[in-house]
Design a protein around this ligand. Structure first.
Ligand SMILES: *Cc1c(COP(=O)(O)O)cnc(C)c1O
Length: 465
């Protein structure tokens, strides 16, 4: 599969640059040379019979089939199979949270409230799908004896997903920069207790300092080439594409669940996606274009409602983010906006990305709904009181949006409640129990290297690895 950039003009466009890129180039560069994001040059079409058949063998089996459609020419079948087995070795349950509000009269099981829990991976958030797959695939894209260094700055969650995604991948060192004293104990434990090829640097500064240091090192092309430095940024195409896989799984599981009860097995669900940078939702759009039957998406946001506003008003107006209690969604200028536009027709559609063509296409497919902090807290409270279900604040925006639109389908749960005890405790009066695999890290000794916020020191550190 070849890759093009979102700025080229969308799928099948004849305008713009004719350049396309290999998977290796797309994965190692992260961002396209023209500043756009990489997308596959064409979208592979699935056989749903095959998806169903493979899903019967488990998530990793199904993922192997889907991954083969994209990466079958880049990796051998056995490499892809191993990568999927290693990356997707945890359950992905569709959970029935409860009966739909004022819909129980009709008794249809398709009205029930379902959520697809994407948080049973190593760091208890959905980013494990992308980061785990990227780590395992990048390790296998290396040429013999090539050594790679992944450099990443984190304000907490991305770093831990990347650390676990690349843990023990031969030939790859991961260097993670995080602001000292500004992340939670659990987040710090997830990055500093792994050892092996994972190196944590605690920066005497802020997250912005961490980002600036990484950017400066990236800008030094000579140094970058000498040390084979690459990023594992959330916009990387190797993190994005595998996020389309769980949409297939969710749709099949939902159809099984409602089909058994009410004969709705062929119905296309609505899928609610708690969103920040819109990697998750745009991967759902990709799944739909691969042939998955999805009725529509609901973009659930927190107070950073740039995309719901875009859909409503017809104009995209990015702005600085505000802090909320669903902080992994605090994004004011979502990068994957470009992928949404490309999938909806391309930036060169007549009139550009704010054109009627693009907005009409998007509105036919996505509606938006924003929850402020108060509404997020109310949702956490309500799910607990009514259904005895403990939700994290991000997933709670999904519940609110599902309720608002009376969706028939499910919302994605993007993180485990246990990761956000400091938000949940004041609401419910107790902190959620921490899953065994995370609790075990809390007990371990944290090892990290202190570093002043200076890119020169980061260069020296990388050179000395
Ligand atoms: C990253 C993240 C999101 C937002 O996902 P995007 O792909 O950036 O839209 C939502 N919830 C949690 C818990 C996250 O970590």
């Amino acid at each position: 599969m070849r890759y093009i950039t979102t700025r080229r003009g969308g799928f099948g466009a004849t305008g713009g640059s004719s350049a396309d890129f290999s998977l290796r180039e797309a994965a190692f560069e992260g961002l396209a040379p023209d500043g756009g994001l990489f997308i596959p040059a064409e979208i592979p079409q699935v056989s749903m019979d095959e998806v169903r058949e493979r899903a019967a063998g488990g998530f990793a089996d199904m993922a192997e089939y889907l991954a083969g459609l994209f990466f079958g020419n880049d990796l051998s079948a056995s490499e892809l199979s191993e990568a999927c087995k290693e990356a997707f070795n945890f359950p992905v349950p569709l959970r029935r949270v409860g009966a739909g509000e004022d819909r129980s009269e009709s008794g249809g099981a398709e009205d029930d409230l379902y959520t697809l829990e994407l948080f049973h991976g190593p760091t208890a958030a959905f980013k494990d799908f992308g980061a785990g797959f990227m780590g395992r695939v990048l390790g296998r894209l290396r040429t013999d004896n090539e050594r790679l260094t992944i450099l990443t700055a984190t304000s907490g969650d991305t770093g831990s997903a990347v650390a676990h995604g690349f843990l023990n991948v031969p030939g790859i060192d991961v260097v993670i920069l995080y602001p000292d004293g500004k992340i939670s104990d659990l987040q710090e434990s997830q990055m500093t207790t792994l050892g092996s090829n994972i190196h944590a640097l605690r920066v005497e500064g802020t997250f912005d300092d961490c980002q600036r240091m990484v950017k400066e090192v990236f800008a030094d092309t000579q140094f970058r080439e000498n040390y084979n430095i690459t990023s594992a940024n959330s916009i990387n195409t190797l993190r994005w594409i595998p996020q389309s896989f769980y949409y297939f799984w969710g749709v099949l599981k939902w159809q099984e669940a409602v089909g058994e009860k009410g004969g709705f097995s062929g119905t296309a669900p609505e899928i609610v996606v708690p969103s920040g940078n819109y990697g998750n939702l745009s991967a759902g759009m990709l799944a739909k274009r691969m042939g998955l039957n999805i009725k529509r998406f609901v973009a659930a946001s927190n107070a950073n409602d740039v995309v719901p506003e875009w859909l409503r008003a017809g104009e995209y107006c990015p702005r600085p983010s505000v802090r909320t209690i669903a902080n992994a969604m605090d994004v004011g200028a979502p990068s994957n906006y470009e992928r949404m536009v490309a999938l909806a027709g391309g930036p060169n559609a007549s009139g550009g990305s704010n054109s009627a063509t693009i907005i009409d296409a998007l509105r036919a497919e996505i509606v938006g709904y924003a929850s402020n902090d108060e509404q997020i807290r109310a949702a956490i409270r309500e799910m607990y009181d009514k259904f005895d279900y403990i939700s994290d604040p991000h997933s709670a925006t999904g519940y609110n949006a599902a309720k608002h639109y009376h969706t028939r389908g499910f919302w994605l749960s993007t993180a485990a409640a246990a990761k956000f005890g400091e938000v949940i405790e004041p609401v419910l009066g107790f902190a959620p129990e921490i899953p065994e695999r995370l609790a075990k890290l809390l007990g371990r000794k944290k090892i990290s290297t202190p570093i002043a916020p200076d890119a020169k020191l980061l260069r020296e550190y990388v050179a000395g690895l």
